[in-house]
Design a binder for this molecule. Structure first.
Ligand code: SAT
Ligand code: MN
Length: 592
Protein backbone atom coordinates (compact mmCIF):
# COMPACT_ATOMS: atom_id res chain seq x y z
CA UNK A 1 0.00 0.00 0.00
CA UNK A 2 1.07 3.56 -0.65
CA UNK A 3 1.03 6.27 1.94
CA UNK A 4 -1.73 8.68 1.13
CA UNK A 5 -0.46 12.26 0.95
CA UNK A 6 -3.79 13.93 0.24
CA UNK A 7 -5.39 16.10 2.84
CA UNK A 8 -9.01 15.55 1.88
CA UNK A 9 -11.62 17.12 4.11
CA UNK A 10 -14.39 14.53 4.10
CA UNK A 11 -17.60 16.13 2.98
CA UNK A 12 -19.72 13.20 4.15
CA UNK A 13 -21.20 12.68 7.59
CA UNK A 14 -21.27 8.93 6.94
CA UNK A 15 -18.23 7.38 8.52
CA UNK A 16 -18.45 4.13 6.55
CA UNK A 17 -18.28 6.14 3.32
CA UNK A 18 -15.37 8.30 4.47
CA UNK A 19 -13.48 5.22 5.66
CA UNK A 20 -13.97 3.46 2.34
CA UNK A 21 -12.86 6.53 0.37
CA UNK A 22 -9.76 6.79 2.59
CA UNK A 23 -8.97 3.08 2.09
CA UNK A 24 -9.32 3.39 -1.67
CA UNK A 25 -7.10 6.49 -1.70
CA UNK A 26 -4.48 4.64 0.33
CA UNK A 27 -4.51 1.83 -2.23
CA UNK A 28 -4.68 3.84 -5.44
CA UNK A 29 -2.59 6.90 -4.39
CA UNK A 30 -4.30 9.67 -6.37
CA UNK A 31 -2.88 13.21 -6.36
CA UNK A 32 -6.28 14.73 -5.57
CA UNK A 33 -9.73 13.65 -4.37
CA UNK A 34 -12.82 15.35 -5.72
CA UNK A 35 -16.26 14.69 -4.21
CA UNK A 36 -18.82 15.26 -6.97
CA UNK A 37 -21.76 17.50 -6.15
CA UNK A 38 -23.46 17.12 -9.52
CA UNK A 39 -23.62 20.89 -10.18
CA UNK A 40 -23.53 22.56 -13.59
CA UNK A 41 -20.34 24.35 -12.60
CA UNK A 42 -18.66 21.05 -11.80
CA UNK A 43 -19.78 19.53 -15.10
CA UNK A 44 -18.57 22.57 -17.07
CA UNK A 45 -15.17 22.48 -15.37
CA UNK A 46 -14.79 18.76 -16.08
CA UNK A 47 -15.72 19.23 -19.72
CA UNK A 48 -13.27 22.15 -20.07
CA UNK A 49 -10.46 20.03 -18.61
CA UNK A 50 -11.31 17.12 -20.91
CA UNK A 51 -11.36 19.45 -23.89
CA UNK A 52 -7.95 20.77 -22.88
CA UNK A 53 -6.40 17.30 -22.73
CA UNK A 54 -8.19 15.94 -25.82
CA UNK A 55 -10.45 13.45 -24.01
CA UNK A 56 -13.41 15.34 -25.47
CA UNK A 57 -13.36 16.93 -28.90
CA UNK A 58 -15.84 19.70 -29.59
CA UNK A 59 -18.41 18.90 -32.26
CA UNK A 60 -20.04 21.56 -34.43
CA UNK A 61 -21.61 23.72 -31.73
CA UNK A 62 -23.81 25.60 -34.22
CA UNK A 63 -25.65 22.39 -35.11
CA UNK A 64 -24.99 20.45 -31.87
CA UNK A 65 -24.58 22.89 -28.96
CA UNK A 66 -22.97 21.46 -25.85
CA UNK A 67 -22.04 18.22 -27.61
CA UNK A 68 -18.74 16.39 -27.59
CA UNK A 69 -16.98 13.48 -29.21
CA UNK A 70 -14.93 10.97 -27.28
CA UNK A 71 -12.70 8.53 -29.15
CA UNK A 72 -11.91 5.55 -27.02
CA UNK A 73 -8.97 3.23 -27.27
CA UNK A 74 -9.68 0.96 -30.29
CA UNK A 75 -9.28 -2.05 -27.99
CA UNK A 76 -11.90 -0.74 -25.58
CA UNK A 77 -15.20 -0.38 -27.39
CA UNK A 78 -17.61 -2.90 -25.87
CA UNK A 79 -18.41 -5.01 -22.83
CA UNK A 80 -15.98 -7.85 -22.19
CA UNK A 81 -18.01 -10.81 -20.97
CA UNK A 82 -14.96 -13.12 -20.70
CA UNK A 83 -13.35 -10.68 -18.25
CA UNK A 84 -16.52 -10.09 -16.22
CA UNK A 85 -16.80 -12.11 -13.02
CA UNK A 86 -19.49 -12.67 -10.42
CA UNK A 87 -17.79 -13.56 -7.17
CA UNK A 88 -20.00 -15.48 -4.76
CA UNK A 89 -18.31 -17.65 -2.14
CA UNK A 90 -19.65 -20.74 -3.88
CA UNK A 91 -19.29 -21.24 -7.62
CA UNK A 92 -22.77 -22.81 -7.86
CA UNK A 93 -24.28 -19.56 -6.68
CA UNK A 94 -22.84 -17.75 -9.70
CA UNK A 95 -24.12 -20.53 -11.95
CA UNK A 96 -23.04 -21.73 -15.38
CA UNK A 97 -24.32 -18.42 -16.76
CA UNK A 98 -21.45 -16.46 -15.15
CA UNK A 99 -17.69 -16.47 -14.99
CA UNK A 100 -16.79 -17.07 -11.38
CA UNK A 101 -13.85 -16.38 -9.14
CA UNK A 102 -13.67 -16.83 -5.34
CA UNK A 103 -14.06 -13.40 -3.69
CA UNK A 104 -10.68 -13.50 -1.88
CA UNK A 105 -8.83 -14.42 -5.07
CA UNK A 106 -10.72 -11.81 -7.08
CA UNK A 107 -9.98 -9.05 -4.58
CA UNK A 108 -6.30 -9.98 -4.47
CA UNK A 109 -6.03 -10.08 -8.25
CA UNK A 110 -7.73 -6.77 -8.92
CA UNK A 111 -6.31 -4.90 -5.89
CA UNK A 112 -2.84 -5.65 -7.25
CA UNK A 113 -3.86 -3.75 -10.39
CA UNK A 114 -5.37 -0.87 -8.38
CA UNK A 115 -2.19 -0.51 -6.30
CA UNK A 116 -0.90 3.00 -7.00
CA UNK A 117 -2.89 3.22 -10.25
CA UNK A 118 -4.20 6.76 -9.63
CA UNK A 119 -0.81 8.35 -9.04
CA UNK A 120 -0.78 11.66 -10.90
CA UNK A 121 -4.55 11.49 -11.37
CA UNK A 122 -7.62 12.89 -9.65
CA UNK A 123 -9.87 10.45 -7.84
CA UNK A 124 -13.55 11.32 -8.20
CA UNK A 125 -16.13 10.22 -5.64
CA UNK A 126 -19.56 10.03 -7.28
CA UNK A 127 -22.61 9.52 -5.05
CA UNK A 128 -25.54 8.49 -7.24
CA UNK A 129 -29.11 7.30 -6.94
CA UNK A 130 -30.59 4.72 -9.31
CA UNK A 131 -34.21 5.81 -9.67
CA UNK A 132 -36.10 8.92 -8.57
CA UNK A 133 -34.47 10.38 -5.45
CA UNK A 134 -37.69 10.04 -3.42
CA UNK A 135 -38.72 6.56 -4.62
CA UNK A 136 -38.76 3.61 -2.20
CA UNK A 137 -37.84 1.44 -5.21
CA UNK A 138 -34.60 3.37 -5.82
CA UNK A 139 -31.19 2.27 -4.55
CA UNK A 140 -27.99 4.28 -4.16
CA UNK A 141 -24.34 3.74 -4.83
CA UNK A 142 -21.02 5.53 -4.83
CA UNK A 143 -18.59 5.13 -7.70
CA UNK A 144 -14.96 6.03 -7.23
CA UNK A 145 -13.18 6.56 -10.54
CA UNK A 146 -10.13 8.25 -12.03
CA UNK A 147 -11.96 8.96 -15.30
CA UNK A 148 -13.56 12.37 -15.80
CA UNK A 149 -15.31 10.87 -18.86
CA UNK A 150 -17.02 8.43 -16.50
CA UNK A 151 -18.03 11.29 -14.18
CA UNK A 152 -19.57 13.24 -17.08
CA UNK A 153 -21.46 10.15 -18.33
CA UNK A 154 -22.66 9.27 -14.83
CA UNK A 155 -24.03 12.79 -14.52
CA UNK A 156 -26.17 12.19 -17.60
CA UNK A 157 -27.08 8.59 -16.78
CA UNK A 158 -27.91 8.81 -13.05
CA UNK A 159 -29.19 11.22 -10.42
CA UNK A 160 -25.73 12.14 -9.24
CA UNK A 161 -24.35 14.46 -6.58
CA UNK A 162 -25.63 16.21 -3.46
CA UNK A 163 -29.23 14.85 -3.30
CA UNK A 164 -27.93 11.28 -3.76
CA UNK A 165 -25.32 11.80 -1.04
CA UNK A 166 -28.02 13.06 1.32
CA UNK A 167 -30.08 9.90 0.74
CA UNK A 168 -27.01 7.70 1.21
CA UNK A 169 -26.23 9.41 4.50
CA UNK A 170 -29.82 8.89 5.63
CA UNK A 171 -29.89 5.21 4.66
CA UNK A 172 -26.31 4.33 5.54
CA UNK A 173 -26.35 1.66 2.84
CA UNK A 174 -24.89 1.96 -0.65
CA UNK A 175 -23.27 -0.08 -3.40
CA UNK A 176 -19.51 0.51 -3.56
CA UNK A 177 -18.06 0.72 -7.05
CA UNK A 178 -14.35 1.22 -7.63
CA UNK A 179 -13.16 1.94 -11.16
CA UNK A 180 -9.92 2.87 -12.84
CA UNK A 181 -9.21 3.04 -16.56
CA UNK A 182 -5.73 1.76 -15.70
CA UNK A 183 -3.57 1.30 -18.79
CA UNK A 184 -6.49 0.21 -21.04
CA UNK A 185 -4.56 -2.99 -21.60
CA UNK A 186 -6.98 -5.85 -22.44
CA UNK A 187 -4.62 -8.17 -20.56
CA UNK A 188 -4.96 -6.08 -17.43
CA UNK A 189 -8.73 -5.73 -17.42
CA UNK A 190 -11.34 -7.19 -15.06
CA UNK A 191 -14.91 -6.34 -14.14
CA UNK A 192 -15.55 -7.99 -10.76
CA UNK A 193 -18.81 -8.15 -8.82
CA UNK A 194 -19.18 -9.08 -5.15
CA UNK A 195 -22.95 -9.39 -4.69
CA UNK A 196 -22.85 -10.28 -0.99
CA UNK A 197 -20.67 -7.25 -0.26
CA UNK A 198 -22.74 -5.01 -2.56
CA UNK A 199 -19.50 -4.04 -4.26
CA UNK A 200 -17.96 -3.78 -7.72
CA UNK A 201 -14.35 -3.40 -8.85
CA UNK A 202 -13.61 -2.58 -12.47
CA UNK A 203 -10.14 -2.06 -13.90
CA UNK A 204 -8.68 -1.38 -17.32
CA UNK A 205 -11.66 -0.24 -19.41
CA UNK A 206 -13.33 3.12 -19.94
CA UNK A 207 -16.23 1.68 -21.99
CA UNK A 208 -19.78 2.38 -20.77
CA UNK A 209 -20.97 -1.05 -19.66
CA UNK A 210 -17.60 -1.72 -17.99
CA UNK A 211 -17.03 1.70 -16.45
CA UNK A 212 -20.34 3.45 -15.73
CA UNK A 213 -20.82 1.23 -12.72
CA UNK A 214 -24.35 2.42 -11.95
CA UNK A 215 -25.59 0.81 -15.15
CA UNK A 216 -25.07 -2.90 -15.87
CA UNK A 217 -22.78 -3.61 -12.89
CA UNK A 218 -25.01 -2.09 -10.20
CA UNK A 219 -28.51 -1.79 -11.71
CA UNK A 220 -28.45 -5.34 -13.11
CA UNK A 221 -25.75 -7.65 -11.70
CA UNK A 222 -25.71 -6.44 -8.09
CA UNK A 223 -29.37 -5.35 -8.10
CA UNK A 224 -30.64 -8.69 -9.45
CA UNK A 225 -29.07 -10.41 -6.45
CA UNK A 226 -30.39 -7.77 -4.05
CA UNK A 227 -33.81 -8.00 -5.70
CA UNK A 228 -33.94 -11.74 -5.15
CA UNK A 229 -33.28 -11.26 -1.43
CA UNK A 230 -35.78 -8.43 -1.14
CA UNK A 231 -38.63 -9.73 -3.35
CA UNK A 232 -38.35 -7.59 -6.47
CA UNK A 233 -36.96 -7.84 -10.01
CA UNK A 234 -34.05 -6.01 -11.68
CA UNK A 235 -34.41 -6.51 -15.41
CA UNK A 236 -32.83 -5.63 -18.75
CA UNK A 237 -36.05 -4.07 -20.02
CA UNK A 238 -37.35 -0.88 -21.54
CA UNK A 239 -40.53 0.62 -20.11
CA UNK A 240 -42.98 2.31 -22.47
CA UNK A 241 -46.41 3.84 -21.92
CA UNK A 242 -49.01 3.42 -24.69
CA UNK A 243 -51.85 5.93 -24.50
CA UNK A 244 -54.93 5.03 -26.54
CA UNK A 245 -57.39 7.53 -28.04
CA UNK A 246 -59.55 7.20 -24.89
CA UNK A 247 -56.67 8.60 -22.84
CA UNK A 248 -55.96 5.31 -21.08
CA UNK A 249 -52.24 4.45 -20.71
CA UNK A 250 -50.89 0.92 -20.47
CA UNK A 251 -47.26 0.40 -19.51
CA UNK A 252 -45.27 -2.39 -21.14
CA UNK A 253 -41.85 -3.69 -20.05
CA UNK A 254 -39.82 -5.42 -22.75
CA UNK A 255 -36.57 -7.39 -22.61
CA UNK A 256 -34.36 -7.58 -25.69
CA UNK A 257 -30.62 -8.25 -25.78
CA UNK A 258 -28.25 -5.30 -26.22
CA UNK A 259 -28.50 -3.58 -29.62
CA UNK A 260 -31.83 -5.22 -30.55
CA UNK A 261 -33.99 -2.09 -30.58
CA UNK A 262 -35.00 -1.40 -26.96
CA UNK A 263 -34.26 2.30 -27.38
CA UNK A 264 -36.25 2.42 -30.63
CA UNK A 265 -39.28 0.65 -29.17
CA UNK A 266 -39.28 2.80 -26.05
CA UNK A 267 -39.41 5.98 -28.19
CA UNK A 268 -41.66 4.72 -30.94
CA UNK A 269 -43.58 7.20 -33.10
CA UNK A 270 -47.07 5.91 -33.96
CA UNK A 271 -47.89 5.39 -37.65
CA UNK A 272 -49.76 8.41 -39.11
CA UNK A 273 -53.18 6.79 -38.91
CA UNK A 274 -52.66 5.99 -35.23
CA UNK A 275 -51.37 9.50 -34.49
CA UNK A 276 -54.40 11.01 -36.15
CA UNK A 277 -56.68 8.89 -33.97
CA UNK A 278 -54.89 10.12 -30.85
CA UNK A 279 -52.46 7.32 -29.93
CA UNK A 280 -49.44 8.53 -27.94
CA UNK A 281 -46.28 6.82 -26.78
CA UNK A 282 -44.46 7.74 -23.57
CA UNK A 283 -40.88 6.74 -22.80
CA UNK A 284 -40.20 5.72 -19.21
CA UNK A 285 -36.92 3.87 -19.80
CA UNK A 286 -34.90 2.29 -22.61
CA UNK A 287 -32.68 -0.30 -20.94
CA UNK A 288 -33.29 -1.18 -17.30
CA UNK A 289 -36.44 -1.79 -15.27
CA UNK A 290 -36.81 -2.42 -11.55
CA UNK A 291 -40.21 -3.73 -10.55
CA UNK A 292 -41.94 -4.86 -7.43
CA UNK A 293 -45.48 -5.88 -6.44
CA UNK A 294 -47.61 -3.03 -5.17
CA UNK A 295 -50.36 -3.26 -2.56
CA UNK A 296 -52.92 -3.99 -5.27
CA UNK A 297 -50.93 -7.04 -6.45
CA UNK A 298 -49.78 -5.44 -9.69
CA UNK A 299 -46.11 -5.03 -10.60
CA UNK A 300 -44.89 -1.41 -10.39
CA UNK A 301 -41.79 -0.38 -12.31
CA UNK A 302 -39.23 2.40 -12.24
CA UNK A 303 -36.44 3.18 -14.64
CA UNK A 304 -33.37 3.37 -12.39
CA UNK A 305 -31.52 5.44 -14.98
CA UNK A 306 -31.78 9.13 -15.83
CA UNK A 307 -30.31 9.03 -19.32
CA UNK A 308 -29.81 6.98 -22.46
CA UNK A 309 -26.59 5.26 -23.49
CA UNK A 310 -27.90 4.40 -26.93
CA UNK A 311 -26.40 2.70 -29.96
CA UNK A 312 -25.80 5.37 -32.63
CA UNK A 313 -25.61 3.34 -35.87
CA UNK A 314 -29.02 2.88 -37.40
CA UNK A 315 -30.51 5.81 -35.45
CA UNK A 316 -32.19 8.06 -38.00
CA UNK A 317 -35.18 10.21 -38.65
CA UNK A 318 -36.94 7.10 -39.89
CA UNK A 319 -35.91 4.57 -37.24
CA UNK A 320 -36.09 6.80 -34.17
CA UNK A 321 -36.94 10.48 -34.63
CA UNK A 322 -37.33 10.96 -30.86
CA UNK A 323 -33.80 9.72 -30.20
CA UNK A 324 -32.48 11.93 -32.96
CA UNK A 325 -34.30 14.94 -31.52
CA UNK A 326 -32.88 14.12 -28.06
CA UNK A 327 -29.28 14.20 -29.24
CA UNK A 328 -29.20 17.57 -31.02
CA UNK A 329 -27.59 19.21 -27.99
CA UNK A 330 -25.78 18.46 -24.71
CA UNK A 331 -24.80 14.97 -25.79
CA UNK A 332 -21.59 12.98 -25.47
CA UNK A 333 -20.91 10.85 -28.54
CA UNK A 334 -18.44 7.99 -28.29
CA UNK A 335 -16.71 6.46 -31.32
CA UNK A 336 -18.94 7.98 -34.01
CA UNK A 337 -17.59 9.44 -37.26
CA UNK A 338 -17.72 13.15 -38.18
CA UNK A 339 -18.64 15.03 -41.34
CA UNK A 340 -16.39 17.67 -42.89
CA UNK A 341 -18.21 20.36 -40.88
CA UNK A 342 -17.66 18.36 -37.71
CA UNK A 343 -21.14 17.01 -37.12
CA UNK A 344 -21.51 13.54 -35.61
CA UNK A 345 -22.28 10.86 -38.20
CA UNK A 346 -22.89 7.11 -38.33
CA UNK A 347 -24.06 4.47 -40.76
CA UNK A 348 -27.80 4.67 -41.28
CA UNK A 349 -28.10 8.35 -40.26
CA UNK A 350 -28.35 9.85 -43.75
CA UNK A 351 -26.55 9.80 -47.10
CA UNK A 352 -23.83 12.34 -46.32
CA UNK A 353 -20.28 11.08 -46.65
CA UNK A 354 -18.26 11.32 -43.43
CA UNK A 355 -14.86 13.02 -43.37
CA UNK A 356 -13.26 11.15 -40.44
CA UNK A 357 -13.93 7.69 -39.08
CA UNK A 358 -14.35 6.76 -35.41
CA UNK A 359 -10.60 6.58 -34.91
CA UNK A 360 -10.10 10.05 -36.41
CA UNK A 361 -8.60 8.77 -39.66
CA UNK A 362 -9.62 10.23 -43.02
CA UNK A 363 -12.64 8.26 -44.13
CA UNK A 364 -12.12 6.14 -47.21
CA UNK A 365 -15.19 4.44 -48.65
CA UNK A 366 -14.83 0.68 -48.72
CA UNK A 367 -12.41 0.72 -45.78
CA UNK A 368 -14.85 -0.53 -43.17
CA UNK A 369 -17.43 1.31 -41.12
CA UNK A 370 -17.02 5.02 -40.43
CA UNK A 371 -18.66 4.80 -37.00
CA UNK A 372 -17.89 1.87 -34.72
CA UNK A 373 -20.90 -0.54 -34.79
CA UNK A 374 -21.17 -0.11 -31.00
CA UNK A 375 -20.68 3.67 -31.06
CA UNK A 376 -22.95 5.40 -28.57
CA UNK A 377 -24.63 8.61 -27.50
CA UNK A 378 -25.07 9.59 -23.86
CA UNK A 379 -27.86 12.04 -23.15
CA UNK A 380 -30.21 13.06 -20.37
CA UNK A 381 -33.61 11.32 -20.64
CA UNK A 382 -35.32 14.66 -20.14
CA UNK A 383 -34.26 15.73 -23.64
CA UNK A 384 -36.46 13.08 -25.22
CA UNK A 385 -39.68 14.57 -26.67
CA UNK A 386 -41.62 11.46 -25.57
CA UNK A 387 -40.16 11.40 -22.02
CA UNK A 388 -42.95 10.34 -19.68
CA UNK A 389 -43.70 12.58 -16.70
CA UNK A 390 -44.41 9.30 -14.91
CA UNK A 391 -40.72 8.41 -15.20
CA UNK A 392 -40.20 10.62 -12.15
CA UNK A 393 -43.06 9.07 -10.15
CA UNK A 394 -41.90 7.67 -6.82
CA UNK A 395 -44.38 4.79 -6.88
CA UNK A 396 -43.42 3.73 -10.43
CA UNK A 397 -45.85 2.73 -13.19
CA UNK A 398 -48.12 -0.36 -13.20
CA UNK A 399 -47.06 -2.92 -15.80
CA UNK A 400 -49.79 -4.45 -18.01
CA UNK A 401 -47.58 -6.66 -20.18
CA UNK A 402 -44.08 -8.10 -20.20
CA UNK A 403 -42.50 -8.76 -23.58
CA UNK A 404 -39.53 -10.95 -24.40
CA UNK A 405 -37.82 -10.89 -27.78
CA UNK A 406 -34.68 -11.49 -29.72
CA UNK A 407 -33.24 -11.51 -33.21
CA UNK A 408 -34.47 -14.69 -34.85
CA UNK A 409 -34.15 -14.94 -38.63
CA UNK A 410 -36.27 -18.09 -38.78
CA UNK A 411 -39.01 -20.07 -36.98
CA UNK A 412 -40.18 -17.53 -34.41
CA UNK A 413 -43.37 -15.68 -35.42
CA UNK A 414 -44.00 -11.96 -35.01
CA UNK A 415 -45.80 -12.34 -31.69
CA UNK A 416 -47.36 -14.88 -29.36
CA UNK A 417 -48.84 -14.81 -25.90
CA UNK A 418 -47.91 -17.13 -23.04
CA UNK A 419 -50.91 -18.85 -21.51
CA UNK A 420 -50.01 -17.96 -17.92
CA UNK A 421 -47.13 -16.73 -15.74
CA UNK A 422 -45.32 -20.08 -15.54
CA UNK A 423 -45.42 -20.43 -19.31
CA UNK A 424 -44.27 -16.81 -19.54
CA UNK A 425 -41.26 -17.55 -17.36
CA UNK A 426 -40.40 -20.50 -19.64
CA UNK A 427 -40.72 -18.23 -22.69
CA UNK A 428 -38.31 -15.77 -21.06
CA UNK A 429 -35.95 -18.49 -19.87
CA UNK A 430 -35.69 -20.02 -23.34
CA UNK A 431 -35.17 -16.78 -25.25
CA UNK A 432 -32.62 -16.99 -28.01
CA UNK A 433 -31.03 -14.23 -30.04
CA UNK A 434 -28.28 -13.61 -32.55
CA UNK A 435 -25.30 -11.81 -30.96
CA UNK A 436 -24.57 -8.12 -31.66
CA UNK A 437 -21.62 -5.71 -31.49
CA UNK A 438 -22.52 -4.63 -27.92
CA UNK A 439 -20.10 -7.24 -26.59
CA UNK A 440 -16.74 -8.28 -28.01
CA UNK A 441 -16.86 -11.57 -29.87
CA UNK A 442 -18.55 -13.01 -32.93
CA UNK A 443 -21.65 -11.20 -34.21
CA UNK A 444 -24.74 -12.98 -35.56
CA UNK A 445 -24.46 -16.27 -33.69
CA UNK A 446 -27.65 -17.64 -32.08
CA UNK A 447 -27.27 -18.03 -28.35
CA UNK A 448 -29.68 -18.52 -25.47
CA UNK A 449 -30.11 -15.24 -23.65
CA UNK A 450 -32.79 -15.77 -20.96
CA UNK A 451 -34.76 -12.60 -20.29
CA UNK A 452 -31.89 -10.80 -22.15
CA UNK A 453 -30.03 -11.20 -18.85
CA UNK A 454 -27.29 -13.65 -19.93
CA UNK A 455 -24.55 -11.05 -19.49
CA UNK A 456 -26.21 -9.36 -16.52
CA UNK A 457 -27.72 -11.79 -14.00
CA UNK A 458 -25.70 -11.64 -10.78
CA UNK A 459 -26.49 -15.19 -9.69
CA UNK A 460 -27.35 -18.70 -10.92
CA UNK A 461 -29.98 -18.56 -13.67
CA UNK A 462 -31.75 -21.60 -12.21
CA UNK A 463 -32.36 -19.64 -8.99
CA UNK A 464 -33.32 -16.61 -11.06
CA UNK A 465 -36.00 -18.60 -12.90
CA UNK A 466 -37.23 -19.79 -9.50
CA UNK A 467 -37.36 -16.19 -8.29
CA UNK A 468 -39.45 -15.21 -11.31
CA UNK A 469 -41.84 -18.11 -10.68
CA UNK A 470 -42.24 -17.06 -7.04
CA UNK A 471 -44.19 -13.93 -8.03
CA UNK A 472 -47.18 -16.10 -8.91
CA UNK A 473 -48.88 -16.18 -5.54
CA UNK A 474 -52.33 -15.51 -4.11
CA UNK A 475 -53.36 -11.89 -4.56
CA UNK A 476 -50.89 -11.28 -7.39
CA UNK A 477 -52.26 -9.51 -10.48
CA UNK A 478 -49.40 -10.28 -12.81
CA UNK A 479 -48.94 -8.84 -16.28
CA UNK A 480 -49.57 -10.96 -19.35
CA UNK A 481 -46.39 -12.25 -20.98
CA UNK A 482 -45.67 -12.09 -24.73
CA UNK A 483 -42.84 -12.95 -27.10
CA UNK A 484 -42.03 -10.89 -30.19
CA UNK A 485 -39.63 -11.19 -33.10
CA UNK A 486 -39.19 -8.06 -35.21
CA UNK A 487 -36.30 -9.69 -37.09
CA UNK A 488 -37.92 -12.57 -38.98
CA UNK A 489 -36.41 -12.94 -42.42
CA UNK A 490 -37.73 -14.31 -45.72
CA UNK A 491 -36.07 -16.82 -47.99
CA UNK A 492 -34.23 -13.97 -49.71
CA UNK A 493 -32.76 -12.77 -46.40
CA UNK A 494 -34.97 -9.68 -46.24
CA UNK A 495 -36.78 -8.56 -43.09
CA UNK A 496 -40.48 -9.47 -43.37
CA UNK A 497 -41.88 -7.03 -40.82
CA UNK A 498 -41.45 -3.25 -41.27
CA UNK A 499 -40.77 -2.73 -37.56
CA UNK A 500 -40.20 0.66 -35.89
CA UNK A 501 -43.48 2.68 -35.68
CA UNK A 502 -45.48 -0.27 -37.04
CA UNK A 503 -44.55 -2.25 -33.93
CA UNK A 504 -47.34 -0.27 -32.27
CA UNK A 505 -49.80 -2.52 -34.14
CA UNK A 506 -48.41 -5.45 -32.18
CA UNK A 507 -48.46 -3.55 -28.88
CA UNK A 508 -52.08 -2.59 -29.56
CA UNK A 509 -52.94 -6.27 -30.00
CA UNK A 510 -51.25 -7.06 -26.68
CA UNK A 511 -53.24 -4.38 -24.89
CA UNK A 512 -56.35 -5.79 -26.57
CA UNK A 513 -55.47 -9.21 -25.13
CA UNK A 514 -54.90 -7.70 -21.68
CA UNK A 515 -58.38 -6.19 -21.88
CA UNK A 516 -59.89 -9.41 -23.24
CA UNK A 517 -60.83 -7.75 -26.52
CA UNK A 518 -58.40 -9.04 -29.16
CA UNK A 519 -58.61 -12.40 -30.93
CA UNK A 520 -56.03 -15.18 -31.25
CA UNK A 521 -55.71 -18.86 -32.02
CA UNK A 522 -54.42 -21.37 -29.54
CA UNK A 523 -51.25 -23.31 -30.48
CA UNK A 524 -48.86 -25.43 -28.40
CA UNK A 525 -46.43 -22.49 -28.09
CA UNK A 526 -49.10 -20.01 -27.02
CA UNK A 527 -51.83 -17.78 -28.45
CA UNK A 528 -51.00 -16.43 -31.93
CA UNK A 529 -52.90 -13.61 -33.63
CA UNK A 530 -54.25 -14.17 -37.11
CA UNK A 531 -53.40 -11.33 -39.49
CA UNK A 532 -56.97 -10.07 -39.08
CA UNK A 533 -56.52 -9.78 -35.30
CA UNK A 534 -54.07 -6.91 -35.85
CA UNK A 535 -54.74 -3.55 -37.45
CA UNK A 536 -52.61 -3.94 -40.57
CA UNK A 537 -54.25 -1.16 -42.60
CA UNK A 538 -51.60 0.36 -44.83
CA UNK A 539 -48.98 -2.35 -44.19
CA UNK A 540 -47.92 -4.20 -47.32
CA UNK A 541 -47.15 -7.82 -46.52
CA UNK A 542 -46.29 -10.51 -49.07
CA UNK A 543 -47.88 -13.95 -48.80
CA UNK A 544 -44.56 -15.26 -47.53
CA UNK A 545 -44.51 -12.56 -44.85
CA UNK A 546 -48.06 -13.36 -43.68
CA UNK A 547 -47.28 -17.02 -43.52
CA UNK A 548 -44.02 -16.65 -41.63
CA UNK A 549 -45.02 -13.81 -39.32
CA UNK A 550 -48.31 -15.35 -38.24
CA UNK A 551 -47.61 -19.04 -38.77
CA UNK A 552 -46.78 -21.84 -36.40
CA UNK A 553 -44.23 -24.39 -37.66
CA UNK A 554 -44.66 -27.60 -35.62
CA UNK A 555 -41.54 -29.40 -36.86
CA UNK A 556 -39.24 -26.47 -36.24
CA UNK A 557 -40.71 -25.90 -32.78
CA UNK A 558 -40.17 -29.55 -31.88
CA UNK A 559 -36.43 -29.17 -32.43
CA UNK A 560 -36.50 -25.75 -30.75
CA UNK A 561 -37.99 -27.42 -27.67
CA UNK A 562 -35.31 -30.12 -27.79
CA UNK A 563 -32.74 -27.33 -27.78
CA UNK A 564 -34.48 -25.64 -24.84
CA UNK A 565 -34.54 -28.91 -22.93
CA UNK A 566 -30.82 -29.35 -23.48
CA UNK A 567 -30.22 -25.76 -22.41
CA UNK A 568 -32.21 -26.09 -19.18
CA UNK A 569 -30.44 -29.38 -18.40
CA UNK A 570 -27.23 -27.32 -18.22
CA UNK A 571 -28.53 -25.91 -14.90
CA UNK A 572 -28.83 -29.39 -13.43
CA UNK A 573 -30.90 -30.08 -10.35
CA UNK A 574 -31.30 -26.42 -9.50
CA UNK A 575 -33.68 -25.88 -12.42
CA UNK A 576 -37.14 -25.34 -10.93
CA UNK A 577 -39.39 -28.36 -11.38
CA UNK A 578 -42.29 -26.13 -12.43
CA UNK A 579 -40.27 -24.93 -15.41
CA UNK A 580 -39.40 -28.47 -16.48
CA UNK A 581 -43.03 -29.55 -16.12
CA UNK A 582 -44.12 -26.62 -18.23
CA UNK A 583 -41.59 -27.58 -20.88
CA UNK A 584 -42.80 -31.18 -20.78
CA UNK A 585 -46.44 -30.07 -21.12
CA UNK A 586 -45.70 -28.12 -24.30
CA UNK A 587 -43.30 -30.73 -25.72
CA UNK A 588 -46.06 -33.29 -25.31
CA UNK A 589 -48.54 -31.12 -27.18
CA UNK A 590 -45.96 -30.60 -29.94
CA UNK A 591 -45.54 -34.37 -30.23
CA UNK A 592 -49.24 -35.08 -30.11
O1 SAT B 1 -22.52 -1.08 -22.78
S1 SAT B 1 -23.74 -1.31 -22.05
O2 SAT B 1 -23.68 -2.60 -21.39
O3 SAT B 1 -23.96 -0.28 -21.07
C1 SAT B 1 -25.05 -1.29 -23.14
C2 SAT B 1 -25.44 -2.64 -23.53
O4 SAT B 1 -24.61 -3.41 -24.03
O5 SAT B 1 -26.62 -2.99 -23.34
MN1 MN C 1 -28.64 -2.86 -22.42
Amino acid sequence: MNANPIPSPSPSSLEALNDWVADVAALTAPDRIHWCDGSDAEFDALVAAMQADGTLLPLNHDTHPGSWLHRSDPDDVARVEHLTFVCHEKEEDAGPNNHWMAPAEAHAKIDALFDGCMRGRTMYVIPYCMGPIDSPLSRCGVEITDSPYVVANMRLMTRMGAPALARIEREGKFVRGLHSTGELDPDRRYIMHFPDELSIKSYGSGYGGNALLGKKCHALRIASHQARNEGWLAEHMLIVGIENPQGETHYIAAAFPSACGKTNLSMLIPPDAYREKGWKVWTVGDDICWMRPGEDGRLYAINPEAGYFGVAPGTSDKSNPNALASIQRDTIFTNVAVTDDNQPWWEGLDDRVPAKDWQGRDYVAGNGKAAHPNSRFTVSAKQCPSYSPQAEAAQGVPISAIVFGGRRASLVPLVFEARDWTHGVLVGASMGSETTAAATGQVGVMRRDPMAMKPFCGYNFADYFGHWLSFDKPGAKLPKVFHVNWFRKGDEGDFLWPGFGDNLRVLEWMIGRVKGEAGAVDTPIGALPRPEDLDLAGVELTDEAREKLFGFEPEGWKSEFDGISEYLAGYGERTPQALLSEHARIAKRLDG
